[in-house]
Design a protein around this ligand. Structure first.
Ligand code: AMP
Ligand code: GLY
Length: 425
């Protein structure tokens, strides 16, 4: 291979660009639409991620041999199906498989049908019926979820009836998530520690990456609103070998068998958000693409070429091998714009330090202004990755560089990895 097109504009896509640059399989790489940092590394084309026709035209005109679709929105619209139709291999599930992320209601039915452990929940479209059910509820907090895609922000944990009612009103009456919130899930709150499992799947076979742990809340000690993810690390040692085996047995195998029974030939990433509860691992969600920011740490640890894995997967040749890993830990600290995940400013100029051998900057919400300077352009602006022999070392390397990045609205959590770092003490 040859000429690769990467679709997306986040930190995940920047990390994949870097992987392409060190893959012997890749001759050239273009990105659409990309971001400020990606534009410094390769050619970007200003095509919206959900514009399937324009992406297909771009791929044809640039003689693309392989497409990697980063985010969920184009997958759920059938981006991979469109490339397959013109004979260009594309990485990611087809539209049918992408429902696992695009519809939480579909996924809950799937999980219940195949007896895969998950929180109990009910689906509602009517405000009064949802409120009547909430009123009778014995246990709070409760989790209110928009069924459709909401950029990681469609989940509200409500401590009491009043807050739950408010969340339901916002979704079903005020349409804060548009179509995505017209169907909602009211779900039991699960207690425990979270972990993310990442698989590359094809024809019922899978390759498993090390477990990682994201930090979804905006505030330190996991407080405040949910975000797309404020920082992550891997390997996540809270997923012991025994737990990993349990996850494969009780979650991965039944999920792949279930997909087959449903007639879904699932190819691509399957990301499983898991809560490690006192009664075993339970599925919080499926994503049909690599996690962001988890990808930034997973790719930092791989010796195996991830582009080879993705290409083999997209072309139906994936063999269930063990990925080869560096003997190391990696951590990414997200630098966000103050105010995210609500309102935040854009257009701040950014001063970047030089990358070091053990730490580097990945771009997410950045762009080049007219003078070709990097400025902020999104909520999650940058990710700083650190790698080290221990989690503490990885964290020190990441924070050392993170502190040197300068932009006015910079906000970041100073406690990424806190649970594991405390256990390691
Ligand atoms: P989801 O998009 O469904 O994974 O939800 C986003 C985040 O909300 C998860 O990563 C958890 O932090 C939290 N969450 C979702 N469902 C639950 C639940 N049933 N119990 C506790 N926390 C949850
Ligand atoms: N970091 C969580 C996600 O990618 O959904």
């Amino acid at each position: 291979m040859k000429n690769v097109l990467i679709i997306g504009s986040g930190g995940r896509e920047h990390a994949i660009v870097r992987a392409c640059q060190s893959s012997p399989l890749v001759k050239s790489v273009i990105v659409a639409p990309g971001n400020g940092g990606i534009a410094k590394d390769c050619v970007c084309h200003d095509v919206a991620v959900d514009n399937i026709d324009a992406m297909v035209e771009l791929a044809k005109s640039a003689s693309i041999d392989f497409v990697i679709v980063g985010p969920e929105a184009p997958l759920s619209l059938g981006m991979v199906d469109a490339f397959e139709a013109i004979g260009i291999p594309a990485y990611g599930p087809r539209k049918l498989g992408a429902q696992l992320e695009a519809s939480k209601a579909f996924t809950k039915d799937f999980l219940f049908k195949y007896r895969i452990p998950t929180a109990d929940s009910q689906t509602f479209t009517d405000y009064d019926i949802a409120c009547a059910s909430l009123k009778q509820r014995e246990h709070y907090p409760v989790v209110i979820k928009a069924s459709g895609l909401a950029a990681g922000k469609g989940v509200i944990i409500a401590e009491d009836f009043k807050k739950a009612k408010h969340a339901v009103r916002a979704m079903l009456k005020e349409n804060i998530f548009g179509e995505s919130g017209k169907t909602i899930l009211v779900e039991d709150f699960l207690e425990g520690e979270e972990a993310s499992i990442t698989l590359v799947c094809c024809n019922g076979k899978f390759v498993m990456f090390p477990a990682s742990q994201d930090h979804k809340r905006i505030g330190e000690a996991d407080t405040g609103a949910n975000t797309g993810g404020m920082g992550a690390y891997a390997p996540a040692d809270c997923v012991t070998e025994k737990l990993n085996d349990d996850i494969i047995r009780t979650i991965v195998h039944p999920t792949l068998a279930g997909l087959k029974s449903e007639g879904i030939d699932y190819r691509g990433t399957l990301y499983i958000g898991i809560m490690l509860t006192a009664t075993g691992p339970k599925v919080l969600e499926f994503n049909v693409r690599f996690g962001d920011p988890e990808t930034q740490v997973l790719l930092a640890l791989l010796k195996t070429d991830p582009i080879r894995l993705m290409y083999d997967c997209a072309t139906g040749q994936l063999e269930p091998t063990q990925v080869e890993l560096k003997k190391a830990y990696a951590m990414v600290v997200v630098l966000a714009a103050k105010g995210y995940p609500d309102k935040f400013s854009k257009g701040d100029s950014i001063k970047l330090p030089e990358n070091t051998e053990n730490a580097w900057v990945i771009h997410a919400g950045t762009k080049l202004n007219k003078k070709e300077e990097i400025v902020t352009a999104g909520g999650r602006v940058l990710g700083v990755v650190g790698i080290g022999q221990t989690l503490l070392e990885a964290s020190e390397h990441a924070y050392f560089l993170a502190k040197k990045v300068k932009f006015d609205s910079k906000y970041y959590r100073r406690d990424i990895g806190w649970r594991q770092l405390k256990r390691n003490q």
